[in-house]
Design a protein around this ligand. Structure first.
Ligand code: LMR
Length: 393
């Protein structure tokens, strides 16, 4: 049976980590996968996570199964983090999933059952896994205009014009904050206008928010989503604890559905549980147990919020330092847009060939679509990376 299989194509992000690891050059810099590094170039276990781990080890008495939905206290915590204060709190349900990609797939499968003819509109460009996951769920995918290659900002007019054609069988996938890969976020006005379009045309918004806390702060980053959730009948949400709790390898995320009534979302949750059963049965527990432990404890929550805000601040500083270096040492303001982008990523506007040159000639690993991960930089890399960017541009 295997003789019929084609040679595998490599994942454009995950394959970079392997190539980076195998690169012997000491000056190499990993700006590929979306992982945060501190100034020592390490991805630390966050302080609150470390403390919660001690609590879990000391208090956990069993490793028996938890349940199809994972940890319900964790699920409620995710709902609270994203939607607290909105009218959606009375008509929402969530399941814990293996990361946000697991959540994307569960919601993709749910849409395929609930509304088989769904077309999912994704931004051009979008997170590299959005299209494969939606297509794997059997859904059609269409792109809406998003990023202007000239301004390196969102082309709001074009985006809204495209979305005005989305109708009642359509789902519009938005990035809650820290757009992946561009770093260019929609502003609050755009959130309001997309909400009006959803009300008028009947499409369902779907918000993937995997970087809450890395843009402008935990509350601010959920502002657009909250406005939307207050003003539409149905909304799908995926979230991740990979980045804001640093729990990458624990695969901790959630799929959340907001509907017209609690009864509707209970039915949706029931279907999600059946889907989970036939896919992986239950999500892994450890990450969710840590997040729950943190969010149920005021002191641990304070420690977590403090460190997350330090990480967010560090990203802003790195963006500024890189732009300062480009301006001061290379006399170019061509890359000033880097400072206006949000979260971990920035699209440089480089072609795949230029990204290959960065990798082959300088050992700087960004994604082929031109994305670099600012959170992968350390302060000492900045002159080297700025110099390479200028040479390749
Ligand atoms: C990324 O975009 O680098 C991350 O979200 C990692 C992933 O799962 O693709």
């Amino acid at each position: 049976m295997f003789s019929q299989l084609p040679t595998p194509t490599l994942d454009p992000i995950l394959s970079l980590s392997v190539a980076y690891r195998n690169d012997p050059r000491p000056e190499k810099v990993d700006l590929g996968i979306g992982v945060y590094k501190n100034s020592a170039g390490e991805t630390p276990v966050m302080r609150a996570v470390s403390q919660a781990q001690d609590v879990v080890v000391a208090t956990q008495t069993t490793k028996s199964y938890v349940g199809l939905a994972g940890c319900e206290e964790f699920n409620q915590s995710m709902i609270d983090l994203l939607l607290s204060g909105t009218s959606a709190m009375d008509r929402v349900a969530a399941i814990q999933t293996p990361g946000a990609s697991g959540a994307l797939r569960m919601l993709g499968d749910l849409m395929k059952i609930a509304q088989p003819n769904t077309t999912v509109w994704i931004s051009n460009p979008s997170y590299v896994n959005h299209k494969p996951v939606m297509e794997a769920a059997g859904l059609k995918v269409k792109y809406y205009s998003y990023f202007s290659a000239d301004t390196k900002q969102v082309d709001q007019e074009k985006m809204l014009s495209d979305l005005s054609h989305a109708g009642k069988d359509d789902v519009v996938l938005l990035h809650g904050c820290c757009h992946n890969p561009t770093g260019a976020d929609i502003n609050f006005d755009a959130w309001q206008q997309i909400t009006s379009l959803a009300q008028k045309n009947g499409f369902t918004p779907f918000v993937d928010i995997a970087y809450q806390g890395f843009g402008e702060g935990l509350e601010e980053d959920a502002k657009g989503l909250r406005f939307m959730a207050n003003n539409v009948e149905e909304i799908l949400i995926t979230t991740s604890c990979s980045k804001n709790f640093g729990l990458y390898r624990e695969r901790t995320g959630a799929a959340i559905v907001v509907g017209q009534s609690q009864e509707h979302v209970n039915n949706a949750k029931g279907k999600l549980l059946t889907l989970a059963r036939s896919t992986y049965t239950m999500p892994p527990d450890h990450g969710a147990a840590l997040v729950k432990t943190i969010l149920k404890d005021q002191q641990l929550t304070r420690v977590w919020k403090q460190e997350l805000s330090e990480m967010q601040q560090r990203l802003l500083n790195l963006r500024k330092s890189l732009c300062d270096e480009l301006r001061n040492s290379h006399n170019t303001s061509q890359f000033n847009f880097i400072e206006s982008h949000k979260g971990m990523f920035t699209v440089l506007g480089f072609s795949p060939e230029q990204m290959s040159r960065l990798r082959d000639e300088y050992g700087i690993y960004g994604v082929g679509d031109g994305r670099i991960n600012i959170a992968g930089l350390t302060e000492k890399d900045i002159p080297y990376v700025a110099d390479a960017i200028v040479k390749v541009s």
